[in-house]
Design a protein around this ligand. Structure first.
Ligand code: SF4
Ligand code: SF4
Length: 152
């Protein structure tokens, strides 16, 4: 049996978080979360290496072309002339061109701590992400698993 995240046990002990019955989410593939304003898509060394492998380029070239440093961290670049599209967003299809190797930050959206901490925060997330609040219910255990991957 897979392990349940420790934070889920803690939440259940207190009657569960406000979203204990799950939250609806079904991505419409609109691409809105990958564009629209300057931002950060944080990447680890492992994620950079995985994307470089996918693109069949060296890590050095990957970093030179697609990554910038912010303090001690690294983020994928976004393109000001293209409405701040993430560098890996396809300008035509609005799909992610590295989808299978997209960073954890992208895999776990919209289930970030900042998005679910209150019903109001989730309502705001639903306003900016057309797939949030729609579609099938994502159960609590899956939400908590994604929340435990990155602190956002
Ligand atoms: S904004 Fe929401 S619905 Fe649109 S691509 Fe991103 S996750 Fe999917
Ligand atoms: S890596 Fe892909 S999913 Fe993540 S922001 Fe860029 S285009 Fe979007």
């Amino acid at each position: 049996m897979p392990k349940t995240p420790a934070r889920l046990d803690a939440a259940q002990a207190n009657g569960g978080p406000w979203y204990r019955d799950g939250l609806r989410f079904e991505c419409t593939q609109c691409g809105d979360c990958c564009t629209g304003a300057p931002g950060y898509v944080w990447v680890t060394a492992e994620e950079i290496a995985a994307i470089a492998r996918r693109l069949a380029i060296s890590v050095e070239e990957m970093e030179r072309r697609y990554v910038r440093k912010v303090g001690t961290r690294k983020t994928l670049i976004d393109i000001a002339e293209r409405n701040w599209d993430c560098v890996f967003l396809d300008a035509t299809t609005r799909g992610c061109t590295i989808y299978e190797d997209r960073p954890r930050q992208c895999r776990t959206w919209p289930f970030w701590e900042s998005n679910v901490k209150t019903p109001e925060a989730w309502r705001h997330t639903c306003e900016v992400c057309p797939g949030s609040g729609k579609g099938n219910v994502v159960p609590l255990v899956e939400i908590e698993t994604r929340l435990s991957v990155v602190k956002m």
